[in-house]
Design a protein. Structure first.
Length: 69
């Protein structure tokens, strides 16, 4: 599956200096994954920072937003 980012998610990733590889790794190998309705919440620790990525699965994976916790 291909991973795409919404405009909002792209902006947040740039503002927060979150590497694209971290986003991909969080989705593919999360430490914690939960689902509420159609949204998936993936969390993964990267170098002491826990990243949460919220995405939906359509034909591909579309990242809605992301943020450090």
């Amino acid at each position: 599956m291909r991973i795409t980012l919404s405009k909002h998610a792209k902006k947040r990733a740039q503002q927060r200096k979150i590497a694209p590889a971290w986003i991909e790794e969080t989705i593919k190998q999360p430490d914690i994954l939960t689902r509420e309705q159609q949204k998936y919440y993936a969390r993964k620790k990267h170098n002491g920072l826990t990243l949460e990525v919220i995405y939906v699965k359509e034909r591909d994976i579309k990242v809605v937003t992301l943020y450090p916790i």
